[in-house]
Design a protein around this ligand. Sequence first.
Ligand code: PNS
Length: 175
Amino acid sequence: MWPFLPYNPPAVHTVKAIYPGSFDPLTNGHLDLIARGAKFVDTLVVAILDNEEKHPLFTVAERVEMLTEATRRFGNVSVATFDGLLVEFAQKQGARIVLRGIRAISDYEYELQMALMNRRLSAEIETLFLMPAEEYSYVSSRLIKQVFRLGGSVEGLVPPIVLERLKAHPQSRMR
Ligand code: PNS
C-alpha cells in the first residue's frame, strides 16, 4: 500500500495589531516602536484618536498626513483614525493585539490602567508592550511641542516631515 503521510498544512493565520495614540505630533520614539512592531506582525494599523477635546496642535488630517509620509517605507503599516472605544475599533479591524510603548516606569501606571480596562471591555484583545530605543526614552509629544514653542531644537527627535510642519505651524513657536 502506498505510504500515506498525513499532511497538516499550517492554518492560514495572520496577525494584525493596532498601535493607538494621539501622535500630536509623531516622534522618532513612536516611529521606533512602529518599526519594532511591524517586524512581529503581518499588519500594523497606526490608529490616531480623533478627539478634539484634547486641543491638539495638529488636526487629525494633518497627523494622518505626517504618519502616512513617515511610515511609507513599511510595507505592512497603515494609518487610520478612530473615535469611541479602542477595543471596538480593534474588533472592527479584526485585530486582537493592541501595541503600546513603555519608555520608563512612569508610563507603567497609566498603561496598566488602560490595558486592564481594555481587557475588561474585551477579554480577547491583548495589549503588548514594547520598549523604544533608549535614545528616545525621554521623548514625548508634549515635550517636543514645549521645546519647539520655546525656541529649542527638536531636530533628530521627530521625523523630517514633522519638523517641517512644526516650523510651518503658526501656533507652534513663541519666538
Ligand atoms: O498617545 P496617548 O494620548 O497616550 O493615547 C491614548 C489612547 C488613544 C491610546 C487612549 O486614550 C485610548 O485608547 N482612547 C480611546 C478611548 C478608550 O477606549 N477608553 C477606554 C480604555 S482606557
